[in-house]
Design a protein around this ligand. Structure first.
Ligand code: FES
Length: 426
């Protein structure tokens, strides 16, 4: 039996802006149809339809839903078309796509493993639990094995065979946010060969970067640096297609990996419906959606004020919060002065933290800055030199700057890289 969106028991969180046709449909949890527009991510479609809880915590068995909305935290993992562990926030909707929750004991309905939190209130000693009698141990192992993995194995092997591609560009640019795009532009105009990659899918890149995204290889994440071999490794992963492994031997690398959205330490910060404010703003812009449910921003400082203005919702001080309320979904925020604000979305606006893991793998030094590790660089943006390449960094990965400042920084560093390449060619 296929149910259309049950608007009565799960009112939508978003509404489409005028003129956006919702022509696509995905099937959620076997029997619920959810509509979406071209370019929407799976998270945008599900949140928009009021589906907040999409999996369970592996350890605590509490409900989980998307948090960062930009591919960093892993709380949005779902099974898509029979393949487990797809990031709903990074996967564009295709018509007829099957999306299922994972890490549940039963495929549909309430999950009895949620009782773990209630029964083992002081924690569980899983080393000794049900070791005897043997039959109980066999039963426990069967259940534990089913819950401990990340989802079930794929229904079938992926179509086609994986491919390898080798690249030897003058410059590898990683990240197509404001800094990465601004840095790549003078390099391309200057006639250098540039390989520019980003994890976001091409539709998402077009929505955020316009036509300059056409030069960017989308859906491509860099996952490893091998200085001894002179290699950077990346994969292009598109649902329904074979993965592509890229082996890149660049002369220069510009890291513009931006920043992540940290959690604020508040009781109830893991209830589905608590999302990062920056991720929420990006999702609404990308998918041309508007908030259709009461929401609040929690945070302090210029970043929180900015997202509060963009979303047009109240901004609350973290120190004023008693707890975020709700179990399967956010229902409100309780303040220390006894007031309660009813809402269905809570957007956390902690100062973004530099996404510096990759440059650190490549040997860049970091410093503690505003709640994260920012990359150290010289005045031109240079971080390290190895026999194979020179590493440069620009934008938020060097410490949170915000989009305008990041773009200015990208232009400056792009010009410095171009000058270095030309100097080397003379
Ligand atoms: S990885 Fe998708 S919400 Fe964080």
């Amino acid at each position: 039996v296929v149910r259309p969106d049950r608007l009565a028991d799960s009112p939508p969180l978003f509404r489409s802006r005028p003129g956006a046709a919702r022509a696509l449909t995905l099937r959620w949890d076997r029997d619920r149809l959810v509509s979406a527009s071209e370019g929407d991510t799976v998270s945008a479609a599900l949140l928009g339809a009021g589906v907040l809880a999409t999996s369970r915590s592996l350890k605590y068995r509490r409900h989980r839903g998307p948090y960062c909305l930009q591919g960093d935290c892993g709380t949005c993992l779902v099974r898509i078309d029979g393949r487990p562990n797809a990031r709903a926030c990074m996967t564009p909707v295709r018509d007829g796509m099957r999306v299922e929750p994972q890490n549940r004991l039963l495929p549909v309905g309430p999950d009895p493993t949620a009782l773990v939190d209630e029964v083992f209130v002081h924690g569980m000693d899983h080393h000794h639990l049900m070791v005897r009698p043997r039959v109980a141990n066999l039963l426990m192992q069967e259940v534990a094995r089913g819950l401990a993995g990340l989802g079930r194995l794929p229904d079938r092997p992926p179509e086609g065979t994986s491919k390898n591609r080798h690249h030897t560009p003058d410059v590898l640019v990683i990240g197509a946010g404001p800094a990465g795009l601004a840095a790549a532009s003078p390099l391309v105009r200057g006639g250098l060969s540039v390989l520019h990659v980003d994890r976001i899918d091409p539709a998402g890149l077009r929505a955020t970067a316009g036509s300059s995204a056409d030069r960017v290889l989308g859906s491509t994440g860099v996952f490893g640096v091998y200085p001894e071999e002179g290699i950077w490794a990346a994969t292009t992963r598109v649902p329904g297609s074979a993965d592509v492994l890229h082996v890149v031997r660049p002369s220069h690398v510009v890291v513009a990996t931006g920043s992540r959205n940290p959690m604020l330490l508040l009781p109830g910060n893991d209830v589905p419906g608590v999302v990062s404010a920056r991720g929420l703003v990006a999702l609404l812009q990308r998918c041309k959606l508007e908030l259709a449910a009461p929401a609040v921003v929690i945070g302090r400082g210029s970043h929180a004020e900015l997202v509060g203005r963009v979303l047009d919702v109240e901004v609350l001080e973290p120190s004023d919060i008693e707890r975020i309320e709700g179990r399967r979904a956010v229902t409100g925020v309780r303040l220390r002065d006894g007031r309660r604000i009813a809402c269905r979305l809570v957007a956390l606006a902690a100062t973004p933290a530099p996404a510096s893991d990759l440059p650190r793998q490549a040997g860049a030094q970091v410093r503690w800055h505003d709640g994260g590790f920012a990359v150290r660089r010289d005045d031109d943006g240079r971080c390290t030199r190895s026999p194979s390449w020179t590493l440069w960094a620009t934008g938020d990965v060097c410490g949170w700057m915000g989009p305008q400042e990041a773009e200015r920084d990208g232009r400056r560093i792009g010009a410095a890289v171009l000058a270095a390449c030309r100097g080397a060619a003379r």
